[in-house]
Write a protein that binds this ligand. Structure first.
Ligand SMILES: [Zn+2]
Length: 57
């Protein structure tokens, strides 16, 4: 259920509100999918780097 949570960019409160923070009306984001996609991107990049290094050696 963690992936349903949004996190306020202003005060860092976790909320189920999709539009704004109930505490401070700040902007809310869903950090978890972004983090996973970042890890996938780095994993793919690392694989490309490894292949490139093997070619050069
Ligand atoms: Zn807030």
């Amino acid at each position: 259920m963690v992936w349903l949570l949004r996190r306020c960019q202003s005060c860092g409160t976790y909320t189920l509100h999709e539009d704004k923070c109930p505490k401070c009306n700040g902007n809310v984001i869903s950090p978890h999918p972004a983090k996973f996609s970042m890890e996938d991107k780095y994993r793919k990049y690392r694989l490309i780097m490894k292949r490139t290094a093997e070619k050069e050696v």
